[in-house]
Design a protein around this ligand. Structure first.
Ligand SMILES: NC(=O)c1ccc[n+]([C@@H]2O[C@H](COP(=O)([O-])OP(=O)(O)OC[C@H]3O[C@@H](n4cnc5c(N)ncnc54)[C@H](O)[C@@H]3O)[C@@H](O)[C@H]2O)c1
Length: 676
């Protein structure tokens, strides 16, 4: 854009934000065939419920507009299964602007606008026109009216008010106080018995709830970088697991699927880890987008050519990412038939959402699948199940030849078992472990290491460079005195942050991620705050994290899959975490049902915290980050996880005010004798 176009767009943005729902209806907006749209959702409402959905949608608008909007919204419901209110999608560009470009009365609200805009940026969001950031259904808002009203509230609110957001719906601004969160977000909170996948379909179609995924509905998504780091750690450590003589992943092959919101990070992570990788992606738009963005080196539509290139890359030990534009099951079956050795395998299709576009059946094109899932959901479901059986059969034959396969937190094992695939062992457990059970849990989460992140609200890459330097410096100091059991983590993260700029990870906001424990996060945050105060960093910094962390998420098939005391099916930790963050100074907090493995399968939460260089922020960050990590370590320790028991005792020694209940370990033989 030219400078004038940028200026005009900014003025339009500011005017639109302050306008909220416009008094005069904006012109209708044509459905853009070039955008990546959410699939049509299945028809789930009966005639009465459709009327209710329409009544619900129209309550955002003055009565005099209803005659025009009622038929239009009814048509959207018919065509898409949801009412997105496309007409109200703003004309201005949506992206992370400089913080001062957002009309505001409190800088905290301006930062929140920046963050949520980043989640809806065309270059970032999976289905931007449907307000979906990632995961097929991970929504920021349910419709454009909610977006407009929320932006206006944020622009007008003071730091003596809190905005309550119910699944995207801005319930309103309520008086509160300076230390309170500016926004409290809940997404998909249901009465537990109403948390089946079809309940999401129905209540989302009615416009009363949404699936917030993790960082989508909490405005903390930072594009695929957010997951590149975790994926790089996972692939590297999976590589360490299969190494026979301590060698790296050079010349070894890693195969997976998904080039979507999060899964798009896999090829980049595999390249950072030094391997040859193949990632299958059935949606041509998604595959081409990642290729154009440089996240995938080479794209193939022909399996013969792909396999030939794979052989060469492996024998030359190239660190290269290849992608197959097609169904992953076709790829797996060809690999199983071939002589090529696959060393590592996983899957990151959106199997948390198997019946509504998360997983595409073999034998149908992307478009054919999208049509079938709406026109004949039962037939679609059968095809998905058949494909999953084939998928697992091919994987089983490759693991029999030595491949190490792990579930990548997308409910692959769960849905494959539900589909009747050959995925269970005789003792009723899954044949394969989840990456949290084998890798992330015992090596990272139990010690408090998790995906800490920050965003420079100046939107200036120079500020990001300064923060990278500060973070590396802090980590180097901590690593020098770190105990042996966490030194490897520190070293991996120092390497990561030193190479981060060169790896060109930024898409959208000027954001960075690294894994750090409670002390690392606190020290880095405090150093940022100091640098903002001194002017070394030119504007506030937003701190946050993925919900996929030590304490944020209760998810028995993912984050808490390495909890073995039965409490993996409880959700106290995630709820406690958010409540604790809220009264310790978070700028916003969020609590979600669903995320990662699916609606009803997980409760997760997160926070955002704006650092402005003040003493007040220093106080808040120390109090909140300490709780935000140590809450989860305490719970993991109570579950008798080794690393966590060590970590929490270390934390108690360093902080006398911390006094955690520790488990007494019992002799196995005693138990065996007591219960025969
Ligand atoms: N373990 C983790 O750290 C982690 C992190 C993020 C996401 N996840 C999970 O991974 C999954 C993917 O997340 P996402 O944000 O990338 O979702 P996404 O929906 O943006 O991407 C998934 C991609 O898989 C493709 N796909 C579906 N079926 C396919 C098939 N049969 N063959 C080839 N491609 C196929 C889709 O077209 C889509 O682009 C989700 O379930 C998510 O919860 C795990």
């Amino acid at each position: 854009m030219t400078d004038t176009a940028v200026q005009n767009d900014l003025e339009l943005f500011q005017k639109t934000v302050l306008e909220g729902i416009p008094n005069d209806l904006p012109p209708t907006r044509a459905y853009d065939p070039n955008a990546d749209h959410a699939p049509k959702r299945k028809e789930i409402l009966n005639a009465e419920e459709k009327k209710l959905a329409l009544r619900n949608a129209l309550r955002y608008f003055p009565k005099e507009q209803h005659a025009v909007l009622a038929p239009e919204f009814a048509q959207e419901l018919k065509d898409f299964g949801r009412i997105y209110m496309y007409r109200f999608r703003p004309e201005h560009k949506i992206h992370a602007r400089r913080i001062e470009d957002h009309p505001h009365r409190t800088i905290q609200a301006a930062a929140i606008m920046l963050m949520l805009s980043n989640n809806l940026d065309d270059a970032i969001a999976q289905h931007p026109h449907e307000l979906i950031t990632y995961g097929g259904n991970g929504a920021v808002f349910q419709n454009w009216a909610q977006y407009r009203i929320t932006m206006k509230y944020l622009a007008e609110m003071t730091d003596e008010q809190t905005l309550a957001l119910y699944s995207g719906h801005p319930m309103g601004l309520f008086p509160s106080h300076k230390d309170a969160p500016r926004v409290v977000v809940t997404n998909g909170m249901m009465i537990p018995n109403y948390s089946k996948p079809d309940d999401w379909e129905k209540f989302n179609a009615l416009g009363v709830t949404q699936y917030g995924q993790m960082t989508a509905g909490s405005f903390m998504y930072i594009g695929p970088q957010g997951i590149v780091h975790g994926t790089a750690i996972t692939v590297m450590n999976a590589g360490r697991k299969i190494a026979e003589h301590g060698e790296g992943l050079e010349g070894k092959l890693f195969v997976t699927a998904g080039l979507g919101g999060m899964s798009g990070a896999q090829p980049k992570a595999a390249k950072i880890a030094g391997s040859v990788s193949i990632t299958a992606e059935v949606n041509p738009k998604a595959a081409q987008k990642r290729h154009e963005q440089g996240w995938v080196d080479e794209l193939f539509t022909d399996l013969d050519e792909l396999l030939e290139r794979t052989r060469t890359a492996m024998s030359n030990k190239e660190a290269v990412s290849l992608a197959y534009e097609g169904n992953v099951v076709d790829l797996w079956e060809r690999l199983a038939e071939s002589e090529i050795t696959v060393h590592l395998g996983t899957d990151q299709t959106s199997l948390h959402n198997p019946w509504a576009g998360g997983y595409y059946p073999a034998g149908l094109s992307y478009e054919e699948s999208n049509a079938l899932m709406a026109s004949d959901p039962d037939a679609f479901k059968e095809k998905v199940k058949d494909t999953l059986k084939r998928h697992v059969a091919a994987i089983n034959s490759l693991t029999a030849k030595g491949m190490y396969f792990f579930d990548y937190g997308n409910a692959f094992l769960l849905e494959a078992s539900r589909a009747g695939a050959d995925i269970m062992k005789a003792d009723g457990r899954f044949k394969y472990a989840s990456y949290v059970q084998d890798i992330m849990g015992p090596m990272c989460f139990d010690f408090g290491f998790g995906p800490f992140r920050w965003v420079c609200t100046s939107s200036d890459p120079k500020d990001l460079d300064v923060t990278d330097g500060i973070a590396a410096e802090v980590l180097r100091e901590l690593a020098a005195v770190a105990p042996d059991d966490i030194r490897q983590q520190m070293e991996d993260n120092i390497q990561w942050i030193e190479a981060a700029k060169e790896n060109k990870l930024v898409v959208g906001s000027q954001a960075r991620i690294l894994y750090a424990d409670a002390e690392g996060r606190t020290q880095i945050a405090a150093a940022f705050n100091e640098a903002i105060k001194s002017g070394r960093i030119s504007a506030p910094v937003v701190l946050g994290r993925d919900h996929h962390d030590v304490s944020g998420t209760d998810s028995p098939f993912r984050e808490t899959s390495n909890i073995y005391d039965g409490s993996q099916f409880t959700a106290d930790m995630a709820v406690q975490n958010v409540i604790g963050d809220a009264f310790r100074g978070a700028t916003w907090v969020s609590l979600h049902n669903g995320g990662g493995v699916g609606w009803g399968e997980v409760i997760n939460g997160g926070f955002g915290m704006v650092l402005d260089g003040s003493a007040d922020c220093d106080r808040r960050l120390r109090s909140m980050l300490f709780w935000d990590v140590n809450n989860g370590i305490a719970r993991r320790s109570w579950a008798r996880n080794d690393g966590a028991m060590t970590a929490i005792q270390r934390a108690m020694k360093a902080t006398p005010e911390l006094n955690v209940t520790l488990p007494n370990l019992v002799d196995d033989e005693l138990i065996a004798n007591a219960i025969k």
